[in-house]
Design a binder for this molecule. Structure first.
Ligand code: ASP
Length: 304
């Protein structure tokens, strides 16, 4: 039973194609990589890959991860500049015994050694936006509306399961700032025996709850993906509220070895794409509507 799920409407086209790959017997790793590359290559998506919005100093710094749940191995890179497809770098690093989590210059050198294409990730549009807004950096950065991490979880017919993430992080972030996306257990986790999970939203908050590992742990104890996402997110949000903070801007997705998917969010609406033998389409959950539902045409238009 193959199945694939990706965050935000931006993942829909790639998820559709990746589901077709899985339907032809393709492996989960190839499917997830394909879906993420589709988003990284599109300059219209300003929070991932080419055209991603820069940090405070005008550099597009990306974070990425790939985890192979059959082998319980991960690869990840953070604060990486000029690597055309960060997800390909994370996948190459996955499987190493050591040196599988690299930062900055070392990660870029590894990409070159792997023969991966390098590319100036800035676009005219992204630099124009940076020029316009760099003088007014808010004291508290937030995950900006509709622009977030692409996270993909995939299961293939052989029982292979992977998780992948890719992001340029927060617009105008402090140089060197790293979010949850390359941090194992926070932005992603995958154990093919129990399931996979990934998160998008304010990384600083997601890491405080080690959310993805928590979701997979709940599935290990018998929760469905929807229950596990809901419980883990409710717990972290309620702890934040107890501490006098807001509940945060966080959304999560999950997949189990039976091909069941789930999601949860603290937002009014969180769209995500799902693909499998039944076809591919956009679904959504809301903070007051935890059951995944189809997205209407009108809502689809509004989503970035
Ligand atoms: N989680 C990412 C980060 O904090 C951004 C996002 O998903 O909105 O870098």
């Amino acid at each position: 039973m193959y199945q694939i799920i990706g965050t935000w409407k931006m993942s829909l086209d790639g998820i559709r194609e990746a589901a077709e790959l899985l339907g032809k017997g393709g492996c989960a790793g190839d499917a997830a990589e394909h879906a993420i590359v589709r988003v990284e290559d599109n300059p219209g998506y300003t929070s991932v890959g080419y055209g991603g919005l820069p940090d405070r100093d005008g550099h597009v710094m990306t974070d990425c991860a790939f985890m192979d749940g059959s082998r319980l191995r991960a690869g990840a890179a953070m604060s990486v500049e000029n690597v055309a497809n960060p997800i390909r770098l994370a996948r190459k690093l996955c499987g190493r015994d050591t040196n599988w989590l690299l930062a900055g210059r070392g990660a870029e050198q590894a990409a070159v050694a792997f023969g991966l294409p390098m590319k100036d990730m800035r676009t005219e549009a992204s630099m124009k936006k940076w020029q316009a807004e760099r003088a007014n950096i808010p004291e508290r950065l937030t995950a900006y509306t509709g622009h977030d991490t692409v996270c993909v979880l995939a299961l293939d017919d052989q029982g292979g399961m992977v998780a992948g993430t890719s992001t340029s992080g927060l617009f105008l972030k402090e140089p060197g700032r790293v979010g949850d996306s390359p941090v194992i257990g926070s932005g992603f986790y995958c154990d093919a025996r129990f399931g996979a999970a990934a998160a998008t939203g304010l990384g600083e908050d997601i890491m405080r709850g080690c959310l993805s590992y928590e979701i997979v742990s709940l599935m290990r104890r018998g929760a469905s993906p929807t229950e596990a996402c809901g419980e883990a997110l409710r717990f972290l949000s309620s702890r934040k509220v107890e501490l006098g903070e807001d509940e945060g801007s966080i959304s999560v997705i999950a997949l189990n070895p039976r091909g069941e998917t789930g999601a949860a969010t603290t937002l009014e609406i969180f769209p995500f794409a799902v693909g499998g033998p039944q076809g591919a389409g956009l679904r959504a959950v809301g903070k007051d509507a935890p059951r995944p539902r189809q997205v209407t045409e009108a809502e689809m238009e509004e989503q970035p």
